[in-house]
Design a protein around this ligand. Structure first.
Ligand SMILES: [Mg+2]
Length: 165
């Protein structure tokens, strides 16, 4: 069950200590969209998320928007921003994490994955050797499949990690 355990838990994505992770040698961040940095299925990149992307880049991070959602949804989020993305990522399967690392000329050991789901974002990070950081969901509402996953997540938190969301 250690595979579900995030390396760090953040109340919100903007709490990431960007400089300290850069100093530790991380150079790439894969960012989930829905309920991590935007409202599920509809939110585009707002000012707060845009500033976060900018701060990451200014610190020297390569940034990839990394989503299980389709390309239309990802493009709706990105708008006209100049940022790499990878859609239909099939998280938690580890191969897409590794493909993206290769594409960004880095290694999983230098790559942070930020997301709001243990069963997709964090499990895949651990399976691929990336550094998974759990961000509490932005809002309570989820898409149906995510709501289904949440039930299992609650069990994982309660019985395995002995922590509560
Ligand atoms: Mg999500």
């Amino acid at each position: 069950m250690a595979l579900f355990r995030p390396k760090e838990i953040l109340n919100i994505f903007t709490d990431l200590d960007i400089d300290s992770y850069r100093e530790k040698g991380f150079d790439t961040v894969l960012l989930d969209i829905d309920n991590t940095i935007a409202i599920p299925d509809t939110g585009s990149c707002d000012e707060r998320a845009e500033k976060f992307l900018k701060d990451l880049k200014e610190a020297g991070f390569k940034v990839v928007i990394f989503s299980n959602n389709n390309e239309n949804r990802v493009k709706m989020f990105i708008r006209d921003l100049d940022v790499e993305y990878y859609h239909l990522a099939l998280k938690p399967l580890p191969f897409s994490y590794r493909i993206v690392c290769k594409r960004m000329h880095t290694k999983p050991s230098r790559t942070i994955v930020m997301g709001d789901q243990l069963l997709t974002d964090i499990l895949g990070a651990n399976l691929s050797g990336c550094y998974g950081i759990y961000c509490r969901q932005l809002q309570e509402t989820d898409t149906p499949i995510t709501a289904f996953n949440r039930r299992f997540e609650k069990l994982i938190w309660r019985y395995i990690l002995r922590e509560k969301v």
